[in-house]
Design a protein. Structure first.
Length: 125
């Protein structure tokens, strides 16, 4: 059995960072395609990736505290707004929230807009 010298190569020849078109290549399907699911250290160094993982426990705590402060602020202005944000954060749909707080669709959407406006004001000043 004789091996073709081109079959021993693992990645197709590149032109710049792009591979040449293989449509008319006589060696089509002989080369392996580049595996883009792999990340190489050289790529990480170019991106200035800091090795190791950071703990997200601090971030989760900060989000919970911020949410609690937001809800307290909304509670002062309108308890329904605070309830909308709490239920929305818990994953309820708008229809379910309207039913839980006892408002019609039109009034509910107005309350949603008001809660969104006050939330943006609270977060971004």
């Amino acid at each position: 059995m004789v091996l073709d010298t081109f079959a021993a190569m693992s990645v197709t020849p590149a032109k710049g960072d792009n591979h040449e078109c293989c449509a008319n290549c006589p060696f089509r399907n002989i080369y392996e395609k580049e595996d883009r699911s792999m990340v190489y250290w050289s790529q990480l160094e170019k991106m200035e990736y800091a090795a190791g993982t950071e703990s997200h426990a601090d971030d989760d705590y900060k989000v919970e505290m911020l949410l609690e402060d937001l809800i307290n602020e909304l509670e002062k202005k309108n308890p329904k707004l605070a309830r909308i944000v709490t239920l929305g954060y818990a994953g309820y749909s708008k229809a379910e929230i309207f039913e839980m707080i006892g408002v019609q669709k039109t009034q509910g959407y107005d309350l949603f807009k008001e809660a969104e406006r006050l939330t943006k004001e609270f977060l971004f000043g």
